[in-house]
Write a protein that binds this ligand. Structure first.
Ligand SMILES: [Cu+2]
Length: 160
């Protein structure tokens, strides 16, 4: 960063802090679009296209768990369907010898944002497994991907 850019960044920061002065009593920004009637859940924001062709077979949870296996650089189960209102554990079994993960874009349809859900561990080594608990509050079709192979590994979770 050049010194000039640093200075302007600091000015912006100072302005932001000044703007927040006396923050008590300040109303929290609405989480939904302002024109959404009270009590109506906002629609799921636009999701990215899954990077991988969706499997014709739909995979549903069994006792709250969905198993997704990975082989040959692809999700074998990538067309998932879960009921709304029940947390589901997605268990990812990495049958490859390379690192993978599973990240769900979340409500905002954006990658690497706070509402993402991602496996623990975030880097699942070959032959190992990871899990992510997904408990969406809104129905819709959520997109997931593998962060390590974002251009070729992905899928969809339909929540209804
Ligand atoms: Cu991968």
């Amino acid at each position: 960063m050049t010194p000039i850019r640093t200075a302007s960044a600091l000015l912006l920061l100072a302005a932001a802090i000044a703007g927040c002065g006396g923050g008590e009593g300040r109303e929290a920004a609405p989480a939904a679009a302002p024109d959404t009637p009270a009590g109506t859940p906002p629609p799921l924001l636009a999701q990215p296209e899954p990077a991988q062709e969706l499997s014709e077979e739909i995979t549903t949870p069994s006792d709250g768990v969905i198993v997704v296996t990975i082989g040959a650089g692809a999700f074998n189960e990538n067309h998932l369907e879960i009921p709304l209102g029940e947390p589901v554990t997605i268990r990812v079994i990495n049958g490859d010898d390379t690192v993978h993960d599973l990240r769900i874009a979340g409500f905002d349809g954006q990658w690497m944002t706070q509402d993402d859900a991602v496996t623990q561990p975030e880097a699942i080594r070959g032959g190992e497994s990871g899990e992510v608990v997904f408990s969406p509050l809104l129905p819709g079709a959520y997109t997931f991907r593998c962060d390590f192979h974002a251009a070729s590994m992905g899928g969809r979770i339909t929540v209804e």
